[in-house]
Design a protein around this ligand. Structure first.
Ligand code: SF4
Length: 175
C-alpha cells in the first residue's frame, strides 16, 4: 500500500480493508488452513468481544449505518450500547439477529478474526480457558493492515490509535 497524501481517513481505511481481504485470500492459497475456517453467517461469538479499531474504520462503519435502510434502528442500538457497563464482553451494536449489519464495512479486526472450530468459540463464550484453534496467517494479515493504516493515518496528520468500536460509534452518533 503506497502512501497517498490525497486520501482522506475513510479512503485510507477502506483501502486497508480491501487489502486485508485480498491478502487473506492470498494467504489461504499459499498457506492453506489445516482445516476449514469455521466462521459463517449467523455465527457471532466473536461479535461479543470488545472490538478495537481506528477512528477512520469507525467512520467507515458509521457511513454504512447512515446508508442503511435500517439506519434509525442501528443508531438507536449504538446509543443504547453506550449505556451498557464497560466490560471485555460486550455485544457489538452492529450485531442484529446474529448477523453483522455492516458486513461490507466491518473493521479490519473483524476481517482478521477467525476460528477453525466454532464449538470452541461457543465454549469460550461460556467459560474461560477454552482454546480456540486459529488460522494464524489471517490474524497476521490483520495486524499488518492495522500497523500500515496507523502509519498512513499518522502521515496524513490523523489519529491512528485504536479505540473501542462501540464507544467510537457512540461519539459519532451522540444525540
Ligand atoms: S462490526 Fe460486525 S463483524 Fe465486527 S464485531 Fe460488530 S457485528 Fe461483528
Amino acid at each position: 500500500m503506497a502512501p497517498d497524501a490525497t486520501m482522506n481517513p475513510m479512503a485510507l481505511a477502506r483501502r486497508a480493508e480491501e487489502w486485508t481481504d485480498a491478502s487473506i485470500e492470498r494467504a489461504k492459497e499459499v498457506f492453506p488452513p489445516e482445516s476449514p475456517i469455521a466462521c459463517a453467517k449467523g455465527c457471532a461469538h466473536c461479535c461479543r468481544l470488545r472490538v478495537l479499531v481506528t477512528r477512520a474504520e469507525a467512520m467507515v462503519v458509521a457511513d454504512a449505518v447512515r446508508a442503511s435502510p435500517s439506519a434509525p434502528a442501528l443508531i438507536a442500538r449504538i446509543r443504547a450500547a453506550a449505556r451498557v457497563e464497560t466490560s471485555a464482553r460486550i455485544e457489538c451494536p452492529m450485531l442484529v439477529d446474529e448477523t453483522c449489519a455492516v458486513h461490507d464495512a466491518r473493521p479490519i479486526a473483524c476481517r482478521a478474526m477467525n476460528s477453525l472450530d466454532a464449538s470452541m468459540c461457543a465454549a469460550a463464550a461460556r467459560t474461560t480457558g477454552a482454546h480456540i484453534p486459529l488460522y494464524v496467517p489471517q490474524l497476521r494479515v490483520g495486524e499488518t493492515a492495522r500497523e500500515r493504516l496507523a502509519k498512513e493515518l499518522g502521515a496524513a496528520g490523523e489519529d491512528g490509535a485504536l479505540v473501542d468500536l462501540a464507544a467510537a460509534l457512540h461519539a459519532i452518533f451522540e444525540p
